[in-house]
Design a protein around this ligand. Sequence first.
Ligand SMILES: Cc1cc2nc3c(=O)[nH]c(=O)nc-3n(C[C@H](O)[C@H](O)[C@H](O)COP(=O)(O)OP(=O)(O)OC[C@H]3O[C@@H](n4cnc5c(N)ncnc54)[C@H](O)[C@@H]3O)c2cc1C
Length: 403
Amino acid sequence: MAITFEEFRTAFQRNITTPQGHDYARLVHRWSPNEEGKPLLVVEPLLEKDVSWAIRYANLNNVEVAVVAGGHSFMGASSSNGGMQIDLRCVKQVYVENERFGADGILSVQGGASIGFFGWLLGGGAGWAMGKYGYAVDSALSARVALASGEVVTASLDENPNLFWALRGAGYNFGVVTSLKLRVEACPHRIFFALLAYQTSEFEALIAASAEYAKTQGGEDSLGIIYGTQDAFGGPGESMLLILYYHGHDEAEARRRFKPVMDIPHMPLRCGMEWLTAACDLVESTIPYTRRYADSTAMADMSFDALKPALRKCAPGTDKAEDEDEAIRLCKDIISEIHGKQEQILGLRDHRWGSVYPNGALLPGTEASYVFGDRYPRLQEVKAKYDPGNFFHKKHPIEPLKR
Ligand SMILES: Cc1cc2nc3c(=O)[nH]c(=O)nc-3n(C[C@H](O)[C@H](O)[C@H](O)COP(=O)(O)OP(=O)(O)OC[C@H]3O[C@@H](n4cnc5c(N)ncnc54)[C@H](O)[C@@H]3O)c2cc1C
């Protein structure tokens, strides 16, 4: 039976914003402006039943739905043009089930808890301590999922186990996950965290030392590099920011592990023992919000030769370019340069791991069958059971198996 908009609004009793609403710009904002859409409705559920009701209304009226948790995704995956945006950013309850706060235990989180948590986890969830604890999704014990019919089910090893399997990596394809139960590990000590800036003259040595470090990388440490067309103070120039993370409590051991990269001349922006929560916020709070253009990511072996042609295209001050079209063209150029290297090194259709990382490798036009590799047929079966009408199709849409 159809539901009219008036019936929907009366029973929903939560915020509904239209393009004329004063909060509309904030709600459609995404990490990168080119990922923003123009939905006709933005709904902000607070409870599971609100999510279910919004889905039922949209499905019965053929309204496209996009779900947003943190808004960090690529390909407009959480944005809609002309449809409904289900905005989970106001659903932020977190419960810890253990004897004392801070010990190992079970954590229950709702849809919008923390920035980007749900989208990040449902596509895998790679983080600094991944070598020790695995992907974030490995810690999932169960999920509540609002399906296209509006029915809400539990997915776990015991209930709907195939859906639970599918959620862990392709989780944005079957329904709206309204809450997750996770196993958590305590981190009662400070960890080593560093943010170091390197000048252009050190780039080649830094990439080589990082590749060397990767050969002996342990389960508790990781390294990331950000290239920027600014110097370390935000002035004209170029720089590379190195992020170092060691999950142990021994600073001397951390410095021993990272010696090859720390021996190269650099300017430390932050370097020492930090509480984990402080380290999580450091990157976003240290890097200024410049103009952004997200297109896709590429994976390749890390070598200076692979990166050099792309880096040479980054004129200092690119991010301040007056001509926006020119800046976007340059970004696309740089990305295709790296994609070209990726094809050359790995062979796009003959990837050595057989599939790619759903949160990361989003080449334009990448098909789900390529992303999920030999797991795709099983995902199609799960899709046929839980979302036969392909209602949730915004990111790597899975074609339901035809019976
Ligand atoms: C600056 C930056 C750094 C990043 N770093 C990392 C990293 O270190 N590790 C890593 O693994 N990834 C990383 N990513 C990729 C990021 O994890 C993915 O883009 C992820 O999808 C973002 O999740 P989100 O909730 O912020 O995004 P959103 O855009 O809100 O959602 C992403 C997708 O998940 C769906 N979705 C969101 N919530 C739900 C829900 N409750 N139920 C069902 N579907 C839902 C959305 O519809 C959309 O398709 C990074 C991205 C950026 C921009």
